[in-house]
Design a binder for this molecule. Structure first.
Ligand code: IPT
Length: 987
């Protein structure tokens, strides 16, 4: 990704500097498609989307179904998003994996999108479908199929070769979308066409391509609105119904998680410019919610820290300040680049530092986000608000002279002039907090708050939303300096939850017809005044620590003041009437049956839940079990629940009985490569032409992933004493070379090199007439992405550009090559096209369960090899994990310094890890339940490619539990894991 990214950054810069690069000509009009509504369920105006006539904020999170090959786990992810307050999920499709062989679409179990769409519906989420055809997404080819490398001409352009290539895919996927639209009872509400169609290799925004692609999707039956996602506010692809764009304000340098640098101070608020002709709801189709991490990177916890809760507060609130109404967070759950899904820049985990980890546990930032989603969900006034135009000097006036705070005021023009005052730091990357007072324009006049003798505090890396004339149901909040989490009417009371950080002092004022039944449970710490003439109640309070709360009652209003930590761990359940559950790692759902409140959720430790529900509720059940339910003050109920987190026995991988076989017979004298493909092409459709006559590009022969092996057959002229080659495999790739089975040398790979030139001395100089075979084993790190439209970057070859000999030039007989068995006609239909590479073991199917290894020798990957080569290891073990608990597990390596080896993990036949010892950073490889059989036998296989002369071995190999949770979504069905059967034509 580094190389790709620097191109991207450069192009972004170019596009900003030179409009010609981004938009061909301002005069050139986009070709429009007729958008007269063909359906009535999803509509929009300049403010927001409507579903069935009802406005909503579309709060969506990105998930890639194909990055999780266990269909029954999707519901867990989706329920967690729902519980976080999302109302939608956005998905990229992956053309390359379903049409691996041109013209053949394979929707077999793990790649079928239907179960995901059904699970989204079950979880109560809408779906934004983003079918591409191009997606980027740090996946191989950016989602383009490998055979596309042989389709001549520019891609993402109205080049006939390309448009003919994508049309069958658009028909297939378009039909799937059409069938699952909300108009047909499905969850899909929006369709994004193309992806970041923003930077153009030839400088031309191809309106004809846009028009044709849109028309093709419409012809496949799609009727819901179409959207685009411009990479910046460049005004590209405006022929869709709703213009949308992307934003990654902090970039991807996870190695300095404290450094916020890339966003300019005026990043926010100036969202529209003259290039944007479409003024539909402001829509961000990708807003940064984590970061990808590359080979040799900092690891995903660092990305989760860089794009952590502070980022969510500052940047998401910035988006609200810009009146954004459709917002999709990239990623909400990243998943895994299992098989060979990765593009060369990234490794196996695609955790992304998201709110949900790769193993589906929740990060802290999950809870911060919940504060925002719940607030938006109860704030309809926001949906019709637009920002005031405020000069900097006017802002300083309103802030009573305070500088270095930037203020945006959103005003609802349709209702009672509700206002949202959003404050943030001008120098947002600093660590200072600022004290301030602010003049609020309320319905009872301009009021400078706080009126009390203290100031407000804008904490470092924070942003706050102050409310003015906000209607929380029947309660009229004149203003509040504390942020609102939610308000809910339960029985005859209106519960309003405000929050802030401990020790902050806040003030809120309410319109009350008379001061009836005022009480404060802790009057000492809450100061209040009541003005008879205007009937205004003003309360001042400090946010308490440690879960203590203020409860202030007046009339039917119950004001609850929580600290951020407590508010963020409070769950709002949509029972009728609603219920509020304070505490707990995750509460997924609730239902009321008579006097029972049935909660479903996940707990990691003994937890006290504090529950507010309708008064008929007397008894609580948790995950189906009755729990001792005690009444507390003010109608709350207490329950204490101790989850069952039994110890389970895990096998010690290093102590299992391992079998070992050689996986590089290709270097032995007796090896027969007659079934290999002969690299006989002398023409390549690829724009990058080789330096030698013969084309040695793997994709030209149908091999697009995993290890590639080359065998060059030569007759010596005599005197050849050196061999050199230029090999390309993508960043972090490596290769090893043998001459007639004798080791020549290796390239270990590094983070930035995708093409490498070597020059080796041959072990022995050749004698005239001798036959020699040069064997090269190389890694293929995935096809490049094709971020820039009207280019062919994804076609960057994998293989040998150039080679030659020193001393003398032998006669070439031919080159042969192999990748995965069958190439595009891959054999393992169930596990998909990318799961197998070209290692001998993979071609034979040794990674599959049921293979008979009884005549193999004993040997463990911890013993390894004493010489360069590839060994393959197999073992089996049983697991017996009780149901009702969710214990994510990982297989972990430890680093052996200075040792050059590469190793892959196969669990029940699925490749779930690619470890490069000298590069890293990933050592812990999460294996989901469903790939791991939690109740029965598992087959584990490990490949070990020792590159250096003295061989290599693993330091350690462990199966570890990453976390313990009681709960989950119930039974997980194992993904299909067909057993080995004889591969007749395997070689
Ligand atoms: C944006 C892509 O649209 C998305 O597919 C993914 O690659 C993401 O970046 C990074 O994870 S491209 C944007 C950074 C210019």
């Amino acid at each position: 990704m580094l190389a790709t990214l620097s191109i991207t950054a450069l192009q972004l810069a170019l596009a900003v500097l030179s409009p010609a690069f981004a938009v061909a000509s301002r005069e050139q009009q986009p070709l429009g498609v007729d958008h007269t509504a063909t359906q009535k369920r999803v509509t929009w105006d300049e403010h927001s989307l409507f579903i069935d006539g009802k406005r909503l904020f579309v709060f969506s999170g990105e998930v890639h179904p194909w990055r999780n090959p266990v269909q029954s786990l999707h519901l867990d992810v989706l329920q967690k998003l729902k519980a976080a307050g999302f109302n939608a999920v956005s998905i990229y499709f992956h053309w390359g994996v379903v049409e691996y062989e041109r013209g053949v679409f394979r929707w077999n179990e793990i790649f079928d999108l239907q179960p995901f769409l059904d699970a989204a519906k079950e979880a109560g989420l809408y779906v934004i479908a983003r079918p591409g055809p191009y997606v980027n997404a740090e996946t191989t080819g950016g989602g383009f199929p490998g055979w596309g490398t042989r389709v001549e001409g520019l891609w993402r352009k109205s080049n006939k070769n390309y448009t003919e290539a994508y049309k069958p895919f658009v028909r297939e996927f378009g039909a799937l979308i059409a069938k699952n639209e909300i108009t047909k009872g499905g969850p899909i509400i929006l369709v994004q066409v193309e992806n970041e169609y923003s930077g153009f290799g030839d400088g031309i925004e191809d309106f004809e391509y846009e028009w044709e692609l849109l028309q093709d999707f419409k012809d496949s039956g799609i009727t819901v609105p179409t959207v685009c996602d411009d990479a910046w506010l460049g005004g590209h692809f405006q022929s869709v119904d709703i213009y949308g764009w992307n934003s990654y304000p902090l970039g991807f340098d996870c190695s300095h998680p404290e450094v916020w640098h890339s966003a300019p101070p005026d990043y926010f608020y100036n969202l529209y410019n003259s290039r944007i002709r479409k003024h539909g709801p402001k829509s961000i189709l990708e807003l940064q919610a984590g970061g990808f991490d590359g080979w040799g990177g900092a690891g995903y916890d660092a990305c989760g820290k860089l794009i952590g809760p502070e980022f969510e507060r500052v940047f998401y609130k910035g988006m609200y300040g810009s009146a954004v109404k459709v917002m999709n967070l990239y990623m909400a759950f990243g998943g895994t680049n299992w098989g060979q899904l990765a593009e060369p820049g990234v490794y196996t985990s695609y955790d992304y530092g998201s709110i949900l980890r790769e193993d589906r546990r929740l990060r802290d930032k999950y809870y911060e986000l919940k504060l925002q989603t719940q607030f938006l969900a109860v704030s309809p006034a926001y949906l019709t608000s637009t920002p005031w135009q405020l000069t900097e000097s006017r802002q300083i006036e309103i802030l009573k002279g305070t500088r270095n705070i930037v203020l945006t005021v959103l005003e609802d023009t349709l209702d009672l002039h509700t206002k949202f005052y959003i404050v943030r730091h001008k120098y947002f990357s600093k660590f200072d907090s600022i004290n301030y007072r602010i003049e609020l324009k309320t319905s009872i006049g301009a009021i400078t708050v706080p009126k009390a003798d203290h100031t407000l505090e804008l904490q470092a890396r924070d942003s706050n939303i102050l409310l003015v004339d906000y209607k929380a149901g029947e309660t009229h909040i004149i203003y509040s300096t504390a942020e609102l989490y939610t308000w809910k009417e339960i029985d005859c009371f209106n519960y309003i939850i405000l929050y802030g950080d401990p020790n902050e002092k806040h003030e809120a004022a309410f319109k009350v017809s008379e001061l009836k039944d005022f009480s404060s449970l802790d009057t000492e710490e809450v100061e209040w005044t009541y003005q008879i003439d205007n009937a205004i109640l003003t309360v001042n309070f400090a946010i308490l620590e440690d879960g203590d709360t203020h409860t202030i009652k007046f009339g039917n209003t119950v004001l609850l003041v929580f600290c951020r930590e407590v508010a963020s761990k409070t769950w709002i359940m949509d029972t009728n009437p609603p219920a509020i559950v304070k505490g707990g790692y995750l509460i997924r759902s609730a239902s009321i049956e008579g006097s029972h409140l049935n909660l479903k959720g996940d707990l990691t430790q003994a937890t006290r839940l504090h529950i507010l529900a309708t008064k008929s509720v007397k008894q609580v059940t948790f995950n189906g079990k009755d729990v001792d339910t005690q009444p507390a003050t003010d109608g709350w109920l207490y329950v204490m629940y101790t989850p069952e987190l039994p110890d389970i026995k895990l096998p010690e991988l290093s102590k299992l009985d391992w079998k070992r076989a050689d996986s590089l017979p290709e270097i032995t004298d007796s090896y027969d490569d007659s079934k290999w493909v002969t690299a006989s092409n002398t023409y390549t459709p690829n724009r990058e032409k080789p330096a030698v006559k013969e084309v040695l590009y793997a994709s030209d022969y149908g091999f697009h992933s995993g290890n590639i092996l080359w065998r060059g057959h030569f007759t010596a002229s005599g005197g050849e004493d050196g061999f050199w080659a230029v090999v390309q495999g993508g960043q972090a790739f490596g290769y090893s070379i043998w001459d007639n089975g004798v080791y020549v040398g290796f390239w270990e790979g590094d983070v930035t090199t995708g093409r490498h030139r070597c020059n080796f001395k041959l072990p022995k100089s050749w004698e005239s007439g001798e036959d020699h075979i040069i064997t090269i084993l190389q890694d293929h790190m995935g096809l490049e992405e094709n971020w820039t439209a009207a280019t062919e970057h994804f076609k960057a070859p994998r293989g040998i550009f150039d080679y030659g000999f020193n001393g003398a030039s032998p006669k070439l007989v031919h080159w042969k090559l192999t990748g995965n068995l069958g190439g595009e006609k891959y054999l393992d239909i169930e596990r998909g096209p990318l799961n197998e590479g070209g290692l001998y073991a993979e071609r034979q199917g040794w990674h599959l369960p049921g293979f008979d290894d009884s005549d193999w020798k004993e040997g463990s990957p911890l013993d390894g090899l004493k010489e360069p080569g590839v060994a393959f290891y197999r073992t089996t073990f049983n697991l017996d994990v009780p149901s009702g608990i969710d214990y994510p597990m990982a297989i972990e390596y430890s680093n052996s310094t200075g040792s050059y080896y590469r190793s892959q993990i196969y669990v029940n036949g699925y490749q779930f890890g690619k470890y490069v010892n000298s590069i890293g950073p990933q050592k812990s490889f999460f294996i989901p339940q469903g790939i791991l059989n939690y109740n029965g036998k598992n087959t584990l296989a490990i490949s070990l490619w020792a590159m250096q002369g003295e061989g290599a071995h693993l330091n350690s190999l462990d199966l570890r539990i990453l976390g313990k949770v009681e709960g989950g979504v119930g039974e997980i069905k194992n993904s299909p894991a067909p057993a080995w059967s004889e591969r007749k034509d395997a070689y």
